[in-house]
Design a protein around this ligand. Structure first.
Ligand code: PMP
Length: 465
């Protein structure tokens, strides 16, 4: 910390927080007797809380966001200069950083051509859903409007996105949802034994074929798009099995279904490639991204499409309904693309994709080492610096560990000064994957520190469980 830390000021902040702030994802009753946590400062991989305690952040700002780490002056300076020049203009006008960032981004996304700016992952996904619906109206008499989404995937917090939400615990009590969103089965091989008819071998193509079954049951002429996470995040860090994506792409092409990849978590380096889908040799029609685009230095999200999608919206210019009648007020903020440009420059100049691959492999090995020692770890998985350890009470039945035990592991690590995550909440048996997503600048020492903390926490929590 830089020494500007004033305890009196901070205690007032804590009181104001307790009196006025409604925290995300929080049950507030415990704050009546304990202090809410306030993060005051960050540098590199570390943050400091209101008590001056240092934490190694193994979740990039809580939810996979601060990819290039905290305290990046070059991003702050670039944004400052741009804000003084022009902070904002929206509607149908473009901007200088908007054009520059689009060029830079699309250079990393061969086969994709257009960027639509907005300001959250949910919003970007909503835009994609709206495009699919409008294409259905324009081209198919409204018929090809259904959007398929997968069990355990998450696409955002709005009613539209929750309608495409594969995590029941997040949806409970928020219905009714929008019609025309259809669920397909998950592809988590470790839990394939829970799926009727899943084979022991060649699970990937089988899992993809389950999508085709849903398409055939619904009628391919009614299905407009398939929306998937490349590696599922909050649903339990799920890497698709071998042979899955190739088959998914084939199915989409066969039935003329748009492939929408939700890169809100994987996008911009998290898995060691610019985008998660690039591990699998597939060509999406639409890609959405948010968190890592500017590493949390500005709010920005993008929906990227092919020209084939874009061109459908300009074919009959004399028809007043024939364009994408959509806007995002804060899609006109110039801070986002400015921060995005500098964020990408840092990733390139500091070799952070390579670092992510190398450190991700190292961390995966270390997690396997923990699994050898702690039978509570049933499965270890992930890609790059996007990793998970699924906890089970019995390796043979794969009975999920209890939520309270996962929270105890997270709490124990926190007490040791290491912030880790656990996926999902609230439905029994669902919250059983510990999550690790340190910034892409992580070193071996950082990873060793995380692993040591988790080792100690697992020992303590499960010795007494
Ligand atoms: N898609 C995925 C895969 C996500 O994990 C999230 C957020 N965790 C979203 C979309 C929604 O993003 P936002 O919170 O920015 O609306």
């Amino acid at each position: 910390m830089d020494g500007n830390f004033n305890e009196n000021d901070i205690s007032r902040v804590v009181e104001a927080d307790r009196a006025h702030i409604w925290h995300h994802l929080s049950q507030h009753k415990p704050y009546e007797t304990t202090d809410p946590r306030i993060i005051v400062e960050g540098k590199g991989m570390r943050v400091w809380d209101q008590k001056g305690k240092e934490h190694l952040d193994a979740v990039s700002g809580g939810v996979w966001t601060v990819n290039v780490g905290y305290g990046r002056e070059s991003i702050a300076n670039a944004v400052r200069d741009q804000l003084i020049k022009l902070n904002y203009f929206a509607g149908s006008a473009g901007s200088i950083p908007g054009s520059h960032f689009a060029e830079k981004l699309l250079d990393k996304m061969p086969g994709l051509d257009r960027v639509y700016y907005c300001n959250s992952g949910s919003e970007a996904n909503e835009k994609a859903f709206k495009m699919v619906r409008q294409i259905a109206h324009k081209r198919y008499g409204g018929k090809k409007h259904k959007i398929l989404y997968r069990d355990r995937d998450y696409h955002g917090t709005t009613i539209g996105c929750l309608s495409a939400g594969g995590q029941d615990e997040r949806n409970a009590q928020y219905g009714p949802f929008a019609p025309g969103f259809i669920r397909v089965p998950h592809c988590l091989e470790y839990r394939s034994f829970e799926q009727d008819g899943a084979p022991q071998e060649n699970y990937g193509p089988w899992a993809a074929d389950q999508i085709e079954k849903v398409i055939l049951a619904e009628g391919p002429e009614t299905v407009g798009a398939l929306c998937l996470e490349p590696v599922t995040a909050g649903g339990g860090v799920i890497c698709p099995p071998e042979g899955y994506w190739e088959r998914v792409q084939e199915i989409c092409r066969k039935y003329d279904i748009l492939l929408h990849i939700d890169e809100v978590v994987c996008g911009v380096g998290r898995t060691g490639t610019w985008f998660g889908y690039q591990h699998y040799g597939i060509q999406p029609d639409m890609v959405t991204m948010a968190k890592g685009v500017a590493s949390g230095y500005a709010a920005i999200a993008c929906l990227v499409t092919t020209d084939a999608v874009f061109d459908m919206f300009k074919d009959d210019a004399s028809d007043p309904l024939n364009y994408f009648r959509d806007i995002s007020t804060f899609g006109g903020c110039t801070a986002g693309p400015t921060a995005g440009i500098e964020n990408m420059r840092i990733i390139e100049d500091e070799g952070l994709l390579e670092n992510t691959t190398n450190m991700g492999n190292y961390m995966l090995e270390q997690l396997h080492g923990l699994a050898d020692k702690h039978p509570i770890i049933g499965d270890v998985r992930g890609k790059g610096l996007f990793l998970g350890a699924e906890l089970v009470t019995d390796r043979s039945t794969r009975e999920p560990a209890a939520e309270k035990h996962l929270q105890a592991v997270v709490g124990d690590c926190m007490a040791q000064g290491v912030i880790i995550g656990a996926t999902n909440r609230s439905l029994p048996g669902k919250n059983n994957t510990l999550c690790f997503s340190p910034a892409l600048i992580a070193s071996r020492d950082d990873i060793d520190e995380i692993i040591t903390a988790v080792d100690g926490a697992l020992g303590r929590v499960f010795a007494s469980a």
